[in-house]
Design a protein around this ligand. Structure first.
Ligand code: HEC
Length: 149
């Protein structure tokens, strides 16, 4: 019995001391997990993009002449990812200027997409073709989608 107690308290002590490890290790562990999450979003987002968006915006995000605006290095896209989430979900029909070129064709809504799908697509398009941004998390995108105009 006494032996068990000694072993148990030894185990407790080592558990405590390993918990005291530096903050540095914890935060690099966290950023590693974030990086994996970002990569997962991008993989899923690419799949969804090729299904729902590439017809018009093209697989390389370059758009099509004056019909479909580019997403690659799009000043309009990168200026406001919340707006992008709303455009993906609800479509759009108004004159806009993207990288100095005027577009005015309707884009259809994607009502069947859930917040997680929209989050993955926004993360993919804002981190591809020379674009760079933070992850657009499902939690954030759910909030953004509730505030669409
Ligand atoms: C049928 C063609 C079509 C499809 C499919 C389509 N779009 Fe669009 N998209 C357009 C057009 C046209 C506009 C400009 C709309 C306007 O002027 O009102 C646009 C505008 C945009 C914009 C804002 C302008 C820019 O270039 O930054 C974003 C972002 C965007 N689309 C992303 C997407 C994503 C992501 C998908 C897939 C979920 C998608 N679109 C599917 C045609 C399409």
């Amino acid at each position: 019995m006494r032996l068990i107690i000694i072993v148990a308290s030894l185990m407790l002590m080592t558990a405590c001391s390993s918990g005291k490890d530096t903050h540095e290790e914890e935060s690099s562990e966290l950023s590693h997990r974030e990086e994996i999450r970002l990569k997962q979003y991008i993989v899923q987002g690419k799949r969804l993009y090729l299904t729902h968006c590439a017809n018009c915006h093209q697989a390389d995000g370059s758009g099509l002449a004056k019909l479909y605006p580019p997403l690659a290095k799009s000043d309009y896209l990168m200026a406001d990812l919340k707006r992008a989430a709303c455009i993906i979900k609800n479509g759009m029909n108004q004159e806009i200027v993207v990288n100095g070129i005027t577009f005015n064709q309707p884009m259809p809504a994607n009502d069947e997409l859930d917040p997680i799908d929209v989050a993955e697509i926004v993360t993919y398009i804002s981190n591809s073709w020379g674009n760079q941004a933070n992850i657009s998390s499902t939690r954030d995108v759910s909030i953004w989608l509730k505030k669409c105009e």
